[in-house]
Design a protein around this ligand. Structure first.
Ligand code: 4AD
Ligand code: MG
Length: 452
């Protein structure tokens, strides 16, 4: 039976017949045999294969193997006398499954730039760095589900096609059929778009089931070509009834610490690669976060800190305007030097659903900022008071007839409730140290680009 290289390296069942399948990274010939480095994607490490010239297809096939060819190997797993690996396979059989013409195969042994690899989203997961990102991403996703399931949250599958624009920022992709182009929209009887957030629908379920979360793709038609924005990204959105902003902040901090600890415990080999080649000190950064309480400041205090900083920012700081990424990063990297929760933003720069504070000027919002990224979480306590919510919606010029169902949640058995959205790609960026968000999602969608 075929085994994954990861298992063989871990269990080391030496002097046993084993079988693996994967892709050739390199081939090196000596007088009587060849060394093949095979990777099967299960881990960063390759398996070294010793293919002796006695093998029936040695000169006909094995000596033709090049980077990218696919093979199945059967042989004896042995302790390796050489440095660099603990075990190796002495091949009894090398089956060549698929060739990869070295004249055209784009991945060479040398390191390629991430920009170059972006044009090869169908082959880049075969590289060390992108393979490692993919495994870390998978583990983080598992950690998120594990965290919520252990705490008794139910997962809700909120719709991808929706008729409500949660963030109200007009950044929705429209969903229509080709014959309706121009005329627009009415496949669903009304204008519909791709969701920007599952929050409003998560609120529905939170007010029936208790604690819930969604984890799905979301879409934003914003024309931001930055290293932290995608037009399609994944978001984790818990929603908790009978929970105020403090409780919300605590769950967000616990979630981040839980998934960081889990990924460090389960992906150390991949994280070592990032620590060495992508962000020096990455592992001590991650350990430091798990061990320490997050910082906390209000928006108003944050503005004061920035005004007193004596630093020239590109965008001016003024109470009432949103914090720019340069401000966020200054606060978390220079002032607090740890993840920072900023609460109580001006109502005017936040969506209609956030709960109005007693000062009548700010809302019970919270963003979590982390070093190197800036905002990773955005959330709030929701406005549960019918009259306040309705007047906020009218002020925001929202058609309240379309959101009557949302108002019903306040008409019938309303409760204080809270939730947040954690940007999954920003989390993967934070954990891997990858500079550009396009490297942490398999098939990035950005303005002007949607490969595969
Ligand atoms: O702050 P945002 O817009 O919040 C919401 O959508 C709320 N409805 C969430 C909630 O309360 N349930 O987005 C949440 C997070 C951001 O903090 C950021 O990490 C990420 O989603 N995000 C993006 N990630 C990649 N590309 C983009 N264009 C993103 N926009 C937001
Ligand atoms: Mg936000």
């Amino acid at each position: 039976m075929k085994k994954r290289i990861r298992e063989l390296i871990k269990d080391k069942p030496v002097d046993k017949t084993v079988s693996i399948a994967g892709w050739i990274r390199t081939r090196r010939d000596t007088g009587e045999f060849s060394f093949l480095e095979v990777n099967d994607g299960s881990c960063l490490a390759n398996m070294q294969i010793i293919a002796n010239e006695d093998l029936e297809n040695y000169s006909r096939e094995i000596k033709q193997l090049t980077t990218g060819c696919s093979v199945i190997i059967r042989g004896q797993l042995k302790e390796s006398p050489a440095k660099g690996q603990e075990v190796e396979i002495h091949a009894d059989e090398v089956i060549v499954v698929g060739l990869a013409d070295p004249k055209t195969y784009p991945l060479q042994k040398k390191r390629h730039s991430f920009e170059f690899l972006r044009d090869l989203s169908h082959l880049r997961p075969r590289t060390n760095a992108l393979g490692a990102v993919s495994r870390v991403r998978s583990r983080l996703s598992y950690g998120v589900h594990q965290f919520f399931q252990e705490k008794g949250f139910f997962q809700v599958h909120t719709p991808i096609i929706t008729t409500s624009d949660c963030e109200g920022a007009g950044e929705m992709f429209q969903v229509t059929t080709p014959d309706q182009k121009g005329k627009g929209q009415h496949f669903f009887g009304q204008s519909a778009g791709l969701t920007v957030s599952g929050q409003l629908q998560a609120e529905v379920y939170a007010l029936s089931l208790g604690d819930v979360y969604t984890f799905g793709p979301t879409f934003r038609a914003e024309n931001s070509n930055t290293s932290r924005h995608l037009a399609e990204f994944w978001m984790i959105e818990p929603e908790m009834p009978f929970c105020d902003l403090r409780g919300n902040m605590q769950i967000a901090e616990d979630l981040l610490k839980y998934v960081l600890e889990d990924v460090v415990g389960n992906c150390i080999e991949d994280l070592n690669l990032f620590d060495k080649f992508i962000e020096k000190g990455l592992l001590s950064k991650l350990h430091g976060i798990v061990d320490k309480k997050f910082g906390h400041t209000t928006y108003t205090e944050a503005v004061e800190i920035l005004l007193k900083a004596g630093k020239k920012f590109e965008f001016p700081v003024e109470w009432g305007t949103d914090l720019q990424s340069e401000h966020e990063r200054y606060l978390t990297e220079v002032v607090f030097k740890c993840p920072l929760i900023v609460t109580d933003y001006p109502a005017a720069i936040k969506p209609f659903y956030m709960r109005m504070n007693d000062d009548g000027k700010t809302v019970a919002a919270m963003d979590i900022l982390v070093p190197g990224i800036g905002e990773i979480v955005g959330g709030s306590q929701r406005e549960e008071r019918f009259d306040v919510l309705k007047s906020r919606m009218l002020e925001a010029q929202i058609d309240i007839n379309e959101y009557d169902w949302y108002l019903d949640l306040r008409r019938y058995g309303t409760v204080p409730h809270s939730g947040f959205g954690l940007g999954f790609e920003r989390l993967v960026q934070f954990v891997t140290g990858m500079k550009n968000i396009r490297e942490v999602i398999p098939f990035p969608r950005t303005p002007g680009s949607a490969p595969c």
